[in-house]
Write a protein that binds this ligand. Sequence first.
Ligand code: ATP
Ligand code: MG
Length: 389
Amino acid sequence: MASAMLLPGAATLGVMGGGQLGRMFVHAAQSLGFRTVVLDPDADSPAGLVAHEHVQSDYLDPAGLARLSAVCDAITTEFENVPATALTQLAASRAVAPAGSAVAVCQDRADEKAHFKASGVACAPHAVIRSAAELAFVPDSLLPGILKTARMGYDGKGQIRVRDAAELAAGFAALKGVPCVLEQMLPLQLELSVIVARGADGAIVNFPVQQNLHRDGILAVTEVPAPAVSAELQAEAVASAGRIAASMGYVGVLCVEFFLLQDGRLVVNEMAPRPHNSGHYTMNGCDVSQFELQVRAMAGLPLPQPRLHSPTLMLNLLGDLWFDAAGQERTPVWDQVLALPGTHLHLYGKQSARPGRKMGHLNITAASAEAARDVAQRAARLLGLPASW
Ligand code: ATP
Ligand code: MG
């Protein structure tokens, strides 16, 4: 169902999924005066704990979906692996953004790459491998490469680096023969991402380009303005992200990840149909956050062009920080970190820390990029994170 404009203070917004992205969506919606509902199977989900109502059910449970559509005026999602069919079902009676069809494209790396091509945006040379028989047809030029499951990958999970045909066959078997995409291993200079928001009327706005550093396949640091990306390349990334959104009639917040290759070419990696970890800096560095734009887009409210008001760095806070060298659980030295100027701590309210688990993030804003980086490095040292990047 198409959305009429939902005015702040007078409507209820729902979100499929109760993780940290859902929690920050709920906070943004509540600060605009909306009622909020979260659907998530977990009794302790970060977003369910802070919403007005938590529908505790499976994503495909008809009773849960019926409750969500009964109480919400509009519904969104906080993760791309929510069953697209559930979104399509909800859309029969309620405004849903992004659409199930758009989320479905983002769920499958093969479809996603076909969409990039159709949008005129270059991605990594690749082959889709749906069965062991197809291994024989993979061109040598794609090796060495990265074999990725077509579906359900995140934080580098479901990926195997392969050097030759024998490793490729072994890797495909190790991934249990599920449909995969083999991508050529590209010589990366750095990684960046762009977040755009598109309204039902087709208007598109964007946040500035983020430069991202990953460690062990997980985002570690985001820096804005991107220190090593030229203005021309930034404009190209923003234009490409806009085309990718527009060519699927997308409504909502979309993050597009890019690689900058050593030869200076820009190549799209993947996209997420929602706010993104690399956009968390917008909560403190911009005059409107990615979560507020998600709220505005689904409510049919105006989408102003966001403005970066302070150079900002984001440090991801993984569960590893909650353990000392001897493996004993500890509380990170928040008091010392918060004594540094321009530090903004966001913890997701997760009940227990595990290595690699996203527990929160720290945004550092300052009057200059140099000052933000200096404080971020001091904070990293206090927390026991690598302090040079
Ligand atoms: P997430 O959803 O957390 O962003 P993911 O599991 O979907 O991650 P990708 O973004 O596909 O995984 O890859 C994870 C990281 O692996 C990339 O950020 C990049 O550092 C590296 N990588 C992926 N594909 C390639 C490639 N073709 N060439 C070189 N490096 C790559
Ligand atoms: Mg990625």
